[in-house]
Design a protein around this ligand. Structure first.
Ligand code: AMP
Length: 420
């Protein structure tokens, strides 16, 4: 037997219903906010993600990097934003649109330790609004994200916001944080020791018990904000209130990637069985990425949701989806003698856009009935000798159990009437 790759999984028919539901909601919500879809390649040149300024664990340790036959360095995308910005720069979108609002949906790849809610191939829905630096836009993007979780019916979610500040604020904060952490160096977890030089901000986010204890009294980014960043954050909060977004401020909130500055946010599932992988999505403002990838200095803000985790949350909250996978009718034929007659009927029903199926082997009536019910068919169309010879069909409603034998030519109208 050949197995699936570790950390990947098949999406089978019982879950595909939830996928279609989510994809529909993504379309509806993004349309409301005037975002259009973008589809960028799954593989990019490695330097789209591996940039000098990006020293996050995720990019350094978890990307799938390989050489193609032309000896080019390629990376499977671990996230959506960098590819969108590469496209924005390459297509010179900035020349034609001062605010570019796009969304994407697709698989991402990270070499992580697989567990519930954490996979090596997972899927994200994300939005990017590129071009303006305005707290109103930050608030609108957070509003969009929180509207989205509302639209899918999730109730137990928390929206957390924080500010990391502009580059001046962050420089001051990094200094203070390092000064605070250095005396604890030997007590930190190995991962955090390693982060101390490279990426001290991430220590705030550590799941290690000892680290959590140490950072309890660490300085907070909010206390190091420049005057401008402080005002920017306050204005964002003011607009969030006007837009009726329920949020809380989490002074320890940082993000996994280094490119964030100013406002950052996260949407968390507040569910008992959800465990440590409870971040459904998150995002924030980024100011240097367009420039780093060869475009003009341009500020942007975005977020992404993990679709796989949204699906777990939908199951956990037992959200009932509309039942739209049932058949209109299942055609039961008693023997091969009725096949020609039956197939004609099936063709006609399908060309009238009715959802119809039948058994490819003529089995016993009971077997065919079982298949019809397994497919949640609303009607049975039963065809035997009598029906075939007299241009008739027997139509049975599987819910009311009403049954009548009618002229074949009346079938479509009868069915459409009954399905209303
Ligand atoms: P990030 O791009 O790291 O900010 O992640 C955004 C969202 O993607 C997270 O909140 C998760 O919901 C989801 N996510 C990130 N990594 C994984 C993973 N390995 N498996 C499943 N979902 C993930």
């Amino acid at each position: 037997m050949v197995n699936k790759v570790k950390g990947t999984y098949d999406i089978l028919s019982e879950d595909i219903k939830i996928w279609h539901f989510l994809e529909q909601k993504i379309k509806e919500v993004t349309k409301k906010y005037n975002y259009t879809e973008i589809r960028t390649p799954i593989m990019e040149y490695s330097n789209v993600f591996h940039r000098e300024s990006e020293q996050s664990d995720m990019v350094l340790k978890e990307t799938y990097n390989f050489k193609d036959k032309g000896n080019r360095d390629l990376t499977l995308r671990p996230e959506g934003t960098a590819g969108v910005i590469r496209s924005y720069v390459e297509n010179k979108t900035y020349a034609t649109s001062d605010l570019y609002k796009v969304y994407y949906v697709g698989p991402m790849f990270r070499y992580e330790r697989p567990q519930k809610g954490r996979y090596r191939q997972f899927h994200q829905f994300g939005c990017e609004a590129i071009g303006y630096k305005n707290p109103l836009l930050d608030a609108e993007v957070i509003k969009l994200a929180s509207d989205f979780v509302k639209a899918i019916g999730l109730k137990n979610v928390i929206v957390e916001v924080n500010s990391l500040g502009d580059s001046e604020s962050r420089e001051n904060y990094y200094k203070a944080l390092k000064e605070y952490l250095i005396p604890f160096k030997d007590e930190l977890s190995n991962d955090s020791k390693d982060r101390l030089e490279r990426n001290p901000l991430r220590i705030l986010d550590s799941k290690d018990k000892k680290d959590i204890e140490i950072v309890k009294n660490a300085p907070k980014p909010i206390d190091y904000l420049s005057k401008e960043s402080k005002k920017y954050f306050e204005d964002t909060i003011k607009y969030l209130e006007i837009m009726d977004v329920k949020y809380s401020i989490n002074n320890k909130l940082v993000r996994g990637l280094d490119y964030y500055s100013e406002v950052v946010f996260e949407i968390l599932a507040d569910l008992k069985n959800f465990g440590s992988q409870n971040a459904l999505g998150g995002g924030g403002r980024y100011e240097n990425l367009v420039n780093e990838l060869g475009g003009p200095k341009t500020s942007a803000i975005g977020f992404s949701f993990g679709i796989d985790r949204l699906i777990l949350a939908i199951k956990e909250e037992e959200i009932q989806l509309e039942d739209n996978d049932s058949l209109d009718a299942y055609v039961i034929m008693f023997s091969e003698n009725e096949l020609d007659y039956g197939l004609n009927i099936i063709n006609e029903l399908r060309s009238n856009n009715l959802l119809v199926d039948f058994d490819f082997k003529t089995r016993s009536f009971r077997n065919q009935l079982r298949r019809a019910l397994n497919n949640n068919s609303k009607y049975l169309i039963i065809i035997g000798d009598n029906e075939k010879n007299n241009n008739l069909v027997t139509l049975k409603n599987t819910i009311t159990e009403e049954e009548e034998t009618i002229n074949k030519d009346l079938l479509i109208d009868k069915l459409k009437e009954g399905l209303k």
